[in-house]
Design a protein around this ligand. Structure first.
Ligand code: CMP
Length: 133
């Protein structure tokens, strides 16, 4: 069935002028952009968004990075959206990302990995509501 996922284009990719390239890959893969917003997160908001990772060793760096410049948040619609979007973006670590994926093309490191994609329908809903109501 048609359903939704949530994505963010992360600060390094926005800074490097890859908003258009990344949204182009997303649309070419059959996703419809239903909501779109460019926004600067405060460290507090970034910390809230990634609260599930609070105990992970990379959390402080991640919060600092995600609040270092504007991001682009979007809600995307497609059949099998969550799983198909994760296939499109590729592995979290770009060293492991397949050819043709967004992270293979644009990610710089495991942290500055160009895009976020929700990992479940439930999180897609929660993460979308974090930006859009
Ligand atoms: P994302 O899919 O947005 O979810 C958590 C983010 O933490 C991840 O992408 C990376 O930007 C960042 N991160 C940094 N280091 C790691 C790591 N070792 N494992 C997973 N995620 C990491």
């Amino acid at each position: 069935a048609t359903n939704r996922t949530f994505t963010m284009i992360k600060p390094d990719a926005v800074q490097d002028n890859h908003i258009g390239g990344i949204l182009g890959m997303i649309e070419a893969a059959g996703f419809r952009i239903v909501e779109l917003q460019k926004v600067q997160l405060t460290a507090e908001r970034a910390g809230q968004f990634y609260e599930v990772h609070k105990e992970r060793p990379f959390y402080q760096d991640l919060v600092k990075y995600m609040s270092s410049g504007p991001i682009v948040a979007a809600i995307l619609e497609k059949d099998n959206a969550v799983a198909d979007f994760r296939t499109l973006i590729g592995a979290t670590n770009p060293a492991n990302a397949e050819d043709g994926t967004i992270r293979k093309k644009y990610a710089k490191s495991i942290e500055a990995n160009a895009v976020h994609g929700s990992d479940s329908d439930e999180n897609a809903q929660i993460e979308g509501e974090f930006y859009f109501n």
